[in-house]
Every structure is written in structure tokens, then in C-alpha cells.
Design a protein around this ligand. Structure first.
Ligand code: IMP
Length: 487
């Protein structure tokens, strides 16, 4: 037999989200009892398996904060300058924390006007006052400066050292809270025995901790955040490394010799967990894991994204469900499934798709389209015929590429063809409401299977292949439903 006929005989069947269903199983689990905790990367756990796509109409700091507070994770887009991306990451890390480490401070000889400017720029209401080598000499708050003469110095209006309430580096959260309540202060500077400033605890942060018990946090109580990078931009990777927990290599086709080599270099130069992607085949995953030690996660799926035209333009694709199975198989073979998580990326339309992706071995899903429609996404909100929409475009679309070219006039687009489209998605309101819906659907699905958590889902879920006629039957039928409904 010749090599071409052989191609046909060796053909693979590619199942997608629309082809498979999950079969019900004996259950002892009520949906509300289902635990959705999962791994985002080798080191980081999230409370909900939802990660937002690094796209400039999806993940800026606002969505990353809102999503991490609910228990998911945002990956900051890279369609901006390094400084802008770093500033988004800082915003997320500053949104809340148990102890703020990189405290913004001021010198005693600075003017009140300068203090006001710093407070307004960073949206904070108190600044520790330090001199020679971060030695604490006072604290100046919004109340001190609000009605003061703008030309006097900070030392004239601050609360001086002898009236400060401070704690040492060993203070526990409960002690800190009690101290602040007893002395009616909102900020507690942490100092060592030489009064060198080591951090700051604020009552606001402690309250937020109570308000968002499900939040995905790092060990200092700050929100978890990731950022997308090009494998060839090691400088960006190093700068972001100080502020993010996870770096996601953001290329359409990771299984590429140059990309693998460049990623290896990045992994050796950063301390964040590095996620490789996108991958679509078992061979690709095996090579990635054997060539690059310390890969902390795999982002898989090529061609399934709702804005993606790769499959049309090139006829090359590895739909997300198929890619997830391929990656999970490779990990099983290496004894690493569950240790190195798989992120199923692209084509998620509803909670059923999420359940299928997780049942195929993924630890989480990456979502662009649904999150693009939320209030917190950066895209523009527009009204068409009385209905609200938000703009959404692919990172390989002409629109996104021209933005990139504007940023750096000398950068040449690496590909001549566009692989994405631009358009609008229905406005969905606050991310927390969308998350409630996703949780509800996913818990119900896992309840049918009898899976208490994602690990049990991997074991227990059995699939069925649904033929196109059946596909119609499991959707609402023989009824007229309003146009624009999800079904
Ligand atoms: P969605 O949730 O179905 O909209 O898919 C989002 C995913 O599509 C992203 O996480 C990317 O992996 C992928 N993607 C983003 N932009 C493009 C593009 O322009 N072409 C192809 N895929 C894209």
C-alpha cells in the first residue's frame, strides 16, 4: 500500500464537544456537595476550574481581580507594552493581601501635595513615612492631608512615631485585627526591631478576605494571577516574574523547535510556574515534557475558539476535546496526570462543554467568549437594537494584529494570514453572576455522574457518541423559543 492510501486508512476520528455526551452513573452526591477545587498549574490550586483567556477583549486587571475573587484565575493579555502588562499584574496583586510587601511610602520632607498625588495615583488612603533606609518615622493618611495646606510637609501633618500603632513581623492575622480594632486604626505597619518597615496590614484587606472566602490566593493572601508571554520575549518574562504566579507561553503552535528552545530558556530564568501551549497532540506533549523539565502545565486545543479561523484557513486543527484526551494520555504514560494539569482551551459554549473537557482529563478550562461578555472585560460595550453586546476579537485577527503593530512599528507580524475574526458577544453582566451559572451547571453534571470532585470525574465519567439526530433531540425542540436564547 502506498503512503497516500495509508493516510486514509490510518485516519483518526476526532470527537468534539458537540459529538459526545456523558452517561449518568449511580450517585451518592448532591450537586451542592460537589467540590470544584482544582489545579491551575503544578504549584497553584484554584477553587474553581475556570481560567480566562489572555486576550485584550477578555483579561485585563479588572476581570483578573473579579475572577480570582470568585475562585478562578485570570491570565493577563500581552497585546500591550511590557510596562502596561506589569502594571495590570501589580494592580491584581495590590487588590488585596494579608501583608502588603512592596509598600508605597513617602519621605517626611515631601509636600502634602505630593502625598495627595501618590494617594490618587495608586488609589490608596495611607502612606507610611520613612527616612534613611526604610526606617519608619510616621504614617500619613487621607484624613491628615484632605484639608491641609498643600505646601506644608508630610512631617507636619503625619502621625509621628511615638503615636504609631505597629506590629512586628511575627504578628498573626488575628492579633493584627485585634490591635487595629482596639486602637481604631485602619493600617498597621509591620516593622523589625530597628523600625525598618517590612510590610503593611490594612483593615480593608482583612475584610476582603472575609468577603471572598473562595478567592484564589497566594501564600501572602494576594490574588493569584497569570500573564501571557511570547517565548521570544525573555525580558518581558523576567519583568512579569516579580508580580505574577504563572506565565503562559502564548503561541498558536507550541510543538515547534524554536518555541521549545526559547521556552526552555525562559523556564530557566523565572521562578513563576510556566505553562506551555497551545498543544494538540500526544507527541507534542511528550516532546514538551521530555525536552523541558519543570513545565508546570499544558494549555491544549487548536482551532476550537469561537473567534478562530485557523481550521478554515489552514485545515489544521486539534479540537479542544480531542487535544485534552491526547494530552491526558501522554501524561498518564509518563505517570504525571494530575501532577501537571491540562487546561482545555477554546470552544467552551456552556457548562456541558466544561464537564466534558474535565471528564476528558483536564483540570480546568480556559474561556474567552463567555468572559468577554462580562462587565469586567476590557472590550467596549455597545447597544444594537436595544440589546447590549461587548466587542470580542481573536488575537490572530486583523484587528488585534494591527494593535500589536502600532505598539511596535518595527515588529513584523509573524504570519501573513489572519486566523481570527472580530465581532460582538451578548453582554452577560457581572462575572460573579456568570460564575454562579457555571458552578450550578457543572455541579449538576458531576452529580449525575456521581463524582464528588474533579478527580472522581476523571475516573467515573463514561462517554457516549451522539449522532447528529440525537444531538438535536438533547436540545430543546418542537417549541418556539425566543431568538437569542442560549439554546
Ligand atoms: P473561546 O472561549 O471559544 O472564544 O476561545 C478562546 C481561545 O481561542 C483562546 O484562549 C485562544 O486559545 C484562542 N484564540 C484566541 N484568539 C485566536 C485567534 O485569533 N485565532 C485562533 N484562536 C484564537
Amino acid at each position: 500500500m502506498g503512503r497516500f492510501l495509508n493516510k486514509l486508512l490510518k485516519i483518526d476520528t476526532i470527537y468534539t464537544f458537540n459529538d459526545l455526551i456523558i452517561l449518568p452513573g449511580k450517585t451518592y452526591v448532591e450537586p451542592k456537595e460537589v467540590n470544584l477545587r482544582s489545579k491551575a498549574s503544578k504549584r497553584y490550586t484554584i477553587n474553581l476550574p475556570f481560567i480566562s483567556s489572555p486576550m485584550d477583549t477578555v483579561t485585563g486587571s479588572e476581570l483578573a481581580i473579579a475572577l480570582a475573587r470568585e475562585g478562578g484565575l485570570g491570565i493577563l493579555h500581552r497585546n500591550c507594552s511590557v510596562d502596561e502588562q506589569v502594571s495590570m499584574a501589580k494592580k491584581v496583586k495590590r487588590a488585596e493581601s494579608t501583608i502588603i510587601r512592596d509598600v508605597i511610602v513617602i519621605k517626611p520632607e515631601a509636600t502634602v501635595s505630593e502625598a495627595v498625588e501618590i494617594m490618587e495615583t495608586y488609589d490608596i488612603h495611607g502612606l507610611p513615612v520613612v527616612e534613611d533606609g526604610d526606617r519608619l518615622v510616621g504614617i500619613v493618611t487621607w484624613r491628615d492631608v484632605r484639608y491641609s495646606d498643600r505646601n506644608v510637609t508630610v512631617s507636619d501633618v503625619m502621625t509621628p512615631k511615638n503615636r504609631l500603632v505597629v506590629a512586628n513581623t511575627e504578628v498573626s492575622i488575628d492579633e493584627a485585627k485585634r490591635l487595629m480594632q482596639r486602637h481604631r486604626v485602619e493600617k498597621l505597619p509591620i516593622v523589625d526591631d530597628k523600625w525598618v518597615l517590612k510590610g503593611l496590614i490594612t483593615i480593608k484587606d482583612l475584610e476582603l478576605r472575609g468577603k471572598y472566602p473562595m478567592a484564589s490566593r497566594d501564600e501572602e493572601g494576594r490574588l493569584l494571577v497569570g500573564a501571557a508571554i511570547s517565548p521570544y520575549d525573555i525580558e518581558r518574562a523576567k519583568k512579569l516574574d516579580r508580580y505574577v504566579d504563572i506565565l503562559v507561553i502564548d503561541v498558536a503552535h507550541f510543538h515547534n523547535e524554536n518555541v521549545i528552545k526559547a521556552t526552555k530558556k525562559i523556564v530557566n530564568n523565572v521562578s513563576a510556574d510556566v505553562i506551555a501551549g497551545n498543544l494538540g497532540t500526544k507527541e507534542g506533549v511528550l516532546e514538551t515534557l521530555t525536552r523541558i523539565e519543570d513545565i508546570a502545565g499544558l494549555r491544549v486545543g487548536i482551532g476550537s475558539g469561537s473567534i478562530c479561523t485557523t481550521g478554515v484557513v489552514t485545515k489544521v486543527a486539534s479540537p479542544t476535546l480531542y487535544a485534552t484526551i491526547q494530552a491526558s494520555e501522554a501524561l498518564e504514560e509518563l505517570g504525571l496526570h494530575g501532577t501537571i494539569p491540562v487546561i482545555a482551551d477554546g470552544g467552551i459554549k456552556n457548562t456541558g462543554d466544561i464537564a466534558l473537557a474535565l471528564a476528558s482529563g483536564a483540570s480546568s478550562v480556559m474561556i474567552g467568549n463567555l468572559f468577554a461578555g462580562t462587565k469586567e472585560s476590557p472590550g467596549r460595550l455597545i447597544a444594537i437594537h436595544g440589546k447590549y453586546y461587548k466587542e470580542y476579537y481573536g488575537m490572530g485577527s486583523a484587528r488585534a494584529k494591527s494593535k500589536r503593530a502600532d505598539l511596535d512599528r518595527y515588529s513584523k507580524p509573524s504570519k501573513e494570514v489572519d486566523e481570527g475574526v472580530e465581532g460582538w458577544v451578548p453582554y452577560r453582566g457581572a462575572v460573579k453572576d456568570l460564575i454562579r451559572e457555571l458552578i450550578g451547571g457543572l455541579q449538576a453534571s458531576m452529580g449525575y455522574v456521581g463524582a464528588r470532585d474533579i478527580y472522581e470525574l476523571w475516573d467515573k465519567a463514561r462517554f457516549g457518541y451522539i449522532l447528529p439526530n440525537g444531538y438535536n433531540e438533547i436540545h430543546p425542540h418542537d417549541i418556539i423559543i425566543p431568538k437569542g436564547s442560549n439554546y
